[in-house]
Design a protein around this ligand. Structure first.
Ligand SMILES: [Mg+2]
Length: 223
């Protein structure tokens, strides 16, 4: 059965916490600010799931001049909104975690994100998700910045898997971005593609084992 595994690795933004509408809007605003006029739909299509260094490089190439200030410009706006206003949980995420908690000998879980730790902290705490993973000081929260390798590189998932004493064939990744699904596939892990801003068909094309629209769609198979 699908969730027969030892470890579930959850992406943070767009899987546990509903930050993607805000972050893709702010990316579009920031990129436009530096002279490449793009809208949110374009930002979702082009930048979602990418790390900031890649985005800065793409924008620099498009504009024909380096734009290292883009990261700071975007982050200042993002932290102001995230730490000021709070973030919502993704619909159905909490119910799925409740159902996993209720299982006897159910899988363990962790979070692995391309975002910096400060962003993970702001998202997970303001949405109330941090406590579901043992708090921010627990050893179950992994940032790509800790190992300086970002999805679609499989290194972050393999790192989380090793730190949690599991093996790739016993892990399942939950991801909402193409780069995250690609990272799971390259890590030799099964994956659940959470469709939303990115259509499920694109997640399936990157190797998602199954795709869903909401996390609580999986409740019937856990019951
Ligand atoms: Mg995501």
């Amino acid at each position: 059965m699908l969730l027969d595994c030892d470890l579930i690795i959850f992406d943070c933004d767009g899987v546990l916490v509903d930050t993607e509408p805000m972050t893709t809007r702010l990316i579009a605003e920031s990129v436009s600010h530096f002279g490449w006029e793009v809208d949110q739909a374009f930002a979702i299509e082009t930048f979602k799931g990418k790390d900031m260094a890649d985005i800065v490089a793409m924008v620099g190439e498009k504009l024909g001049r380096p734009v290292p200030e883009l990261t700071e410009h975007y982050r200042a706006k993002m932290y102001a909104e995230l730490e000021g206003g709070g973030a919502d949980q993704m619909p159905g995420a909490s119910s799925l975690l409740d159902a996993l908690d209720a299982l006897e000998n159910g899988p363990r879980r962790c979070v692995a994100s391309n975002g910096p730790r400060r962003k993970m902290q702001a998202s997970l705490i303001s949405s109330g998700m941090a406590d579901r993973f043992g708090g921010m000081e627990s050893r179950t929260i992994f940032s790509a910045y800790d190992i300086k390798k970002w999805k679609p590189d499989p290194a972050l998932f393999l790192h989380a898997c090793a730190q949690m004493d599991s093996t790739p064939d016993r892990c399942i990744v939950f991801e909402d971005s193409e780069s995250g699904i690609e990272a799971a596939t390259r890590a030799g892990m099964r994956s659940v593609g959470v469709g939303g801003l990115t259509p499920s068909s694109k997640l399936a094309a990157k190797g998602a084992t199954v795709t869903i629209e909401r996390m609580d769609e999986l409740l019937p198979i856990l019951a």
